[in-house]
Write a protein that binds this ligand. Structure first.
Ligand code: BES
Ligand code: MN
Ligand code: ZN
Length: 497
């Protein structure tokens, strides 16, 4: 893994050596503490020479300026200060990480004239540095960081701020959340030969070290519970099926839990309705929903969230074999409803049907949110910049949309209704697992809704956002970790304390 920088916070003191980052707002030039770092005014000349105007994320740097002991003096543009929200500070952290190269001794001076930069913003810069520094290079014998900088030693970054104690406290929580994001990215990036249902379940079990209660159900127990829908998907794989049930009880004993349910198809060949080769390439990532739920549980436990939270992930491999289920097979789900499996590649909903039913049956949660790389259709509808949001509850949907804006893990609400629901009625069973040619992401969501009863529920189709999404200031990896920050924020803003 790429080397993780260490991050600490300190009061302002004009740095004397190493690599120094200062801020420059759009059109403001260099002022305040920034100029205190630059007694020789070398940056000012560099600004002019580089035609640097402080545009957001822009960088101008001067190497080993004469008369100083700095190795590098760099300014990061912040754009208009009125537009600096928490996410923007995270992206500034990302821009700093992108420019670290082999620097070991690093100071970041968080000062802009006329703006008070608080502890939360400083913590966000730290979080952005950590997120951008991630690279999945564990299988590269020659570490090239996948285009990321590949320091030989971890950077020691001191963030100078007016509020170091507050920043340190808030960074502890931010670091817990980043830990969850990077865990989710790791799981999505890991190839399926290394990470099957059994190995994934073991990764869930490792959360016990953080105080999470973890139960792993194997086939026998799931069979007893009547989970014929989930088990039908798994039956073509020699690698077994698991259901991981995680509980973080940080809230009051009387509080009903909130629940998150993840699709964990560790590889999706499509089964007998096999995918063409080009569509199969990415299918090691078909457990992005489960990865997000695991990452979220990590985040909540690591920051000791004051909430009771259940995380459930259904883990299977959708493989091709003489024993794989066939199109037309009819299975009975834990709910008792029967399903005609007309397309074995619409397997995620079959896994979630039993996981969702088990979740409300056992826990009666305040709400259930499922995350799944469920349909190619959601990518056709929304591209890769929004996850699809489907919900039977306007308040929950509204809160998710707000959390999406705040974290820039954006969601876009899609419709549900009886006209769509009837598209999955079946001639031979209670329902079929595919709708018609149109509205594929919606009919998939209608299918899930048949397994949630009247529990407030939201479904996030993250097929476009969990993997292969365009690189950003805070992520350069194929697996994005989408959903962890979104749902941590939701819990933080509405379900704690
Ligand atoms: N895992 C896929 C969906 C997917 C596609 C995720 C591309 C990420 C990228 C899912 O299991 C699937 O195969 N869905 C089918 C459903 C269809 C058979 C009704 C699809 O979207 O084509
Ligand atoms: Mn599939
Ligand atoms: Zn799938």
């Amino acid at each position: 893994m790429s080397l993780k920088p260490s991050i600490t916070f300190a009061k302002f003191s004009a740095p004397r050596k190493g690599t120094v980052f200062v801020l420059s707002a759009e059109g403001e030039g260099l002022a305040g503490a920034a100029s205190a770092c630059d007694p020789e005014k070398v940056l000012e000349r560099a600004f002019a020479a580089a035609e640097f105007s402080g545009k957001f994320g822009a960088l101008v740097e001067v190497l080993a300026p004469q008369g100083s002991q700095f190795d590098r003096l760099a300014a990061i543009g912040t754009g208009q200060v009125s537009e600096l929200d928490e996410h923007a500070w995270m992206k500034i952290g990302g821009a700093i990480a992108a420019a670290l190269r082999n620097a070991v001794e690093v100071a970041v001076v968080l000062d802009l004239p006329g703006l008070s930069i608080g502890g939360a913003e400083a913590a966000a810069v730290g979080a952005g540095i950590l997120m951008r520094s991630y690279a999945f290079d564990k299988y590269k014998t020659k570490k090239d960081g996948n285009g990321q900088s590949t320091p030989k030693k971890p950077a020691k970054i001191v963030i100078q701020t007016a509020h170091p104690a507050d920043a340190k406290k808030k960074f502890a929580d931010a670091e817990a959340v980043v830990g969850g994001v990077l865990l989710a990215r790791d799981l999505v990036n890991e190839p399926a030969n290394m990470l099957g249902p059994v190995e994934f379940a073991a990764r869930a079990g490792a959360l016990e070290a953080l105080g999470v209660k973890v139960e792993i159900l194997a086939e026998k127990e799931m069979r007893k519970l009547g989970m014929g829908s989930l088990l039908g998907v798994a039956q073509g794989s020699p690698r077994g099926a698991r259901l991981a049930v995680m509980q973080w009880n940080g809230g009051k004993a009387k509080d009903k839990p909130v629940a998150f349910v993840g699709k964990g198809v560790t590889f999706d060949t499509g089964g007998n309705s096999m995918k063409p080769a080009s569509s199969m390439e990415d299918m090691k990532g078909d457990m992005g929903g489960a990865a997000a739920v695991l990452g979220l549980m990590h985040a909540l436990a690591a920051r000791k969230a004051k909430a009771n939270v259940v995380g459930i992930i259904g883990l299977v491999e959708n493989a091709v074999d003489g024993n794989s289920q066939r199109p037309g097979d009819i299975v009975t789900s834990m709910s008792g409803q029967t399903i005609e499996v007309l397309n074995t590649d619409a397997e995620g909903r079959l896994v979630l049907a039993d996981a969702l039913w088990y979740c409300h049956d056992r826990f009666q949660p305040q709400f259930m949110i499922d995350l799944a790389t469920l349909t190619g259709a959601i990518m056709v509808a929304l591209g890769q910049h929004h996850a699809g949001l489907f919900s039977n509850n306007d308040e929950l949907a509204g809160r998710l949309a707000e959390a999406g804006q705040a974290t820039q893990e954006r969601v876009w609400r899609m419709p549900l209704g009886p006209d769509y629901d009837k598209l999955i009625d079946s001639r031979n069973a209670d329902m079929k697992n595919i709708g018609g040619r149109y509205g594929g992401a919606i009919t998939a969501a209608q299918f899930l809704q048949r397994f949630v009863k009247d529990t407030p529920w939201a479904h996030l189709d993250i097929a476009g956002t969990a993997m292969g999404a365009p690189a950003s200031e805070i992520n350069q990896s194929w697996g994005t970790g989408f959903g962890v920050r979104l749902l941590d924020r939701l819990v933080h803003d509405h379900y704690e304390g």
